[in-house]
Design a protein around this ligand. Structure first.
Ligand code: UD1
Ligand code: MG
Length: 457
């Protein structure tokens, strides 16, 4: 069956006064992405023909931040209400399709719920997403007669009887576009807020004998809007709890599902275990049996099977080979690529470097712009001096080399296969393979030398 043609209009022009922020409300982040981006992703997942975003407050910052070329951006200025907002989008919609109205500040609405709503709508049926709330305060109320929806009244315009109704308008609806073209230009604003209410189209549809069908979301949080930082935090936690639930369903062990934050895509193999307070950003892949210790941040990283990340690691743009051990307190920066069974210990920083199988840097080192072979041992305090103040240079350390503690490798420089650097070496030219290279002065001792003594004043 060919899916129905669909327009989506996302209302995102509102100010968000109660956020007390210079950032337009719809750009505040849920899981590291502007809340509007979540709504856009959901709209795309419905296979919409056209997606319009009505923006206004915050000006061009909204389209500039989202950088979505598949979206028709429509500026609404001034903002005269939800009906006025959808009116601005009308010329851009496909008249043969239905139009789904979403809100940019209702980010957790699920695709499945919207698919149900769309399935109900047709050229002579208006579908409305409504919900029963124990505390309906602030919402438009759904007024029914003999069970059939008659109209929506805003809280500010409602009488006591209407205010007692607990079925509320989520704002999300699907209407035939041809009907919107007929109704919206004629809306009035004679109400307590002097706004053009989109909700007034319900009564118009009923007058025409159109059916108005209600669909309810499976979860209340799907329709929750964000108007304050408290609501932003609340929905963030709900969203993270949902992500954690999916991970658990797939067999990931989470020390505490309430203490993990996934701000992107986390792909896990079998028997992955994640301790508390870990943050995952961008795209992170954890292979089979990977163990991540507490308090780690992983961003755009691929960790191969059996690797262990100990506590307090900061890993970004890195690839970690199978069975490797990293941390505690290690920092892997973009371009760090570790082979199999590599050991990176505490206070080791690695940037734009490859470290081949079975090599180790267990303590206190900086490895930048380096190519390190297999079975290399990097002693504590080793530094690749990759930057001369103007340009970056590479360090090459071949297989089986041993770098003594507290060595500086002044790039560009190569340590040959099987070479050994004595501790404290400042390597300024290549170290030949298989030999011991030492740059420090010969050790001398002075017999009879006396420590200076403090002079009496
Ligand atoms: C609206 C509904 C109300 C519903 C509630 C659900 C109307 C008249 N009322 O009320 O029945 O219960 O949502 O949350 O529709 N917006 C624009 N341009 C405008 C006005 C609003 O883009 O000129 C956007 C806002 O940014 C927001 C959404 O539309 O994303 C809803 O606007 P808001 O003012 O929050 O509507 P409510 O008064 O809460
Ligand atoms: Mg309002």
């Amino acid at each position: 069956m060919k899916p129905k043609l669909l327009n989506v209009v996302i209302l995102a022009a509102g100010q968000g006064k109660r956020m007390y922020s210079d950032l337009p409300k719809v750009l505040h982040a849920i899981a590291g992405q502007p809340m509007l981006a979540h709504v856009l992703d959901t709209a795309r997942s419905l296979g919409a023909e056209r997606i319009c975003v009505v923006y206004g407050h915050g000006g061009e910052r909204v389209p500039e931040t989202l950088e979505a070329s598949d979206v028709i951006w429509i500026k609404q200025e001034p903002q005269l209400g939800t009906g006025h907002a959808v009116l601005q989008a009308l010329p851009h919609l496909d008249g043969d399709a239905s139009t789904l109205v979403l809100y940019g500040d209702v980010p957790l609405i699920r695709r499945e719920t919207l698919a149900q709503l769309i399935a109900q709508a047709s050229s002579d049926v208006l579908a409305l997403l409504t919900v029963y709330l124990t505390n309906p305060k602030g919402y438009g109320r759904i007024v029914r007669e003999n069970g059939a929806i008659q109209y929506i009244v805003e809280e500010k315009d409602a009488d006591d009887a209407e205010r007692a109704i607990t079925e509320v308008n989520t704002g999300i609806l699907v209407a035939p576009t041809a009907k919107l073209r007929q109704w919206l230009p004629g809306l009035g604003n004679l109400n307590s807020q002097n706004e053009y209410y989109l909700t007034d189209i319900i009564a118009l549809a009923v007058d025409e004998g159109m059916a108005v069908r209600a669909v309810h979301p499976h979860h209340e949080w799907e329709m929750q809007g964000i108007n304050s930082k408290a609501q932003l935090a609340e929905l963030e936690r709900i969203h993270q709890r949902n992500i954690a639930a999916v991970l658990l369903d797939h067999g990931v062990t989470l020390a505490d599902p309430a203490r993990i934050d996934v701000r992107g895509e986390l792909i896990c193999g079998r028997d992955v275990s994640i301790d508390v307070n870990c943050v995952f950003e961008g795209k992170v892949e954890l292979g089979d049996g990977v163990v991540v210790g507490p308090n780690c941040l992983l961003k755009d990283a691929a960790i191969s099977a059996g690797a262990r990340i100990h506590a307090f690691c900061h890993i970004e743009g890195a690839v970690i080979g199978p069975q490797s051990i990293v941390g505690p307190y290690a920092r892997l920066r973009p371009g760090a690529e570790l082979g199999a069974e590599v050991h990176i210990g505490n206070f080791v920083e690695i940037k734009n470097s490859t470290i081949a199988d079975h090599s180790k840097a267990n303590h206190l080192a900086y490895i930048g712009d380096a190519t390190i072979g297999q079975r290399v041992n990097i002693g504590a305090g080793t530094i690749t001096c990759n930057y001369d103040g103007a340009n970056k240079h590479r360090t090459i350390i071949e297989d089986d080399a041993f770098i003594g503690s507290d060595s500086q490798l002044i790039a560009p420089v190569t340590v040959g296969r099987g070479a050994t650097l004595g501790a404290g070496t400042s390597l300024t030219s290549d170290a030949p393979p298989g030999q011991l290279t030492v740059s420090r002065a010969k050790q001398v001792s002075f017999a009879g030398w006396k420590r200076p003594v403090k002079q009496k004043k």
